[in-house]
Design a protein. Sequence first.
Length: 248
Amino acid sequence: MSTPQRGKLVVGNWKMNGSAAANATLLAALIAGWRARPDRDVALCVPYPYLAQARDALGGSPIAWGAQDVSEYASGAYTGQVSAAMLAEFGCRYVLVGHSERRHGCGETDAIVAAKAAAALGAGLTPVVCVGETLAERDAGQWQEAVTRQVDAVVQRLGADCARTVLAYEPVWAIGTGRTATPQQAQDVHAHLRLRLRGAAAAGVPILYGGSVKAANAGALFAQADVDGGLVGGASLDAAEFLAIAGA
Ligand code: 13P
C-alpha cells in the first residue's frame, strides 16, 4: 500500500569508524556541502565518544546527529551501557536500535530491541528501528516471516507510539557486501512493513532502506513509493558520496 510522496530522511551510520581528526575533516566537508532542503532531513549516527564532537560541529547546521545503540534501562548497574537520557543530553535526535550487527553480533532479541525503542522514545529521541532478513532467510523464501516477527515485536510493545519511530529495512545480505537489494525488492518489503504498521495507526512512519546504498543507486531506491530515504553505512564516511546520496 503506497502512500503519498513524503520528504526523505538520509541517515549515515559511521559504525565503529572514525578518529577525532578524521571526523573533523568529514564533518567540515559535510557542513560546507549541505544546504537545508524542505524535502530532506539528514543525520549522522556516530560512535558514543564522538557525540560531543558531532554536537559541537553540527549544532546550528541542518544536519542532525545521533547514536548507534541505547540501553533499554534508565540507569543503574549496567556497566558499559548508555542511557537514552544521556544521549538526549548530547543533543541526539536519533538513535539506531536493533541494527543487525547488534542482533546477530551481540545477541539482541526482538524483545530487547523493542525495549530499547521504548527507552529512546521515553527520552524524546526518535528510534530508527532496524529490521531485515538474513541471506538464509531470503534464499528460503522467508523474508516476510523474518521482518514481520521483528516489526510486530515493536508494534506490540509501543502501540500507537510506533508513529513516532523511524523504521529501517536492512537486508543482512546487502550490508557491506556491495550487493544491494533491487529497488523492487526493497519496495516489496517496505510495502509489507507499512501494512504491518497500519495496525498501530503508524503507516506514515518513514521507512528507510539500508544495505550498500551508494550515490549510483540511491536515486532508483528513493524513487520507490514506500522508500522514504536511506540508512547509509560505508558511503557515509566519504563526504562527496554521502552528500550525493543525501541529495538523490
Ligand atoms: P553499508 O551501507 O556499508 O552496506 O551498511 C549498511 C548499514 O548497515 C547501515 O546501517
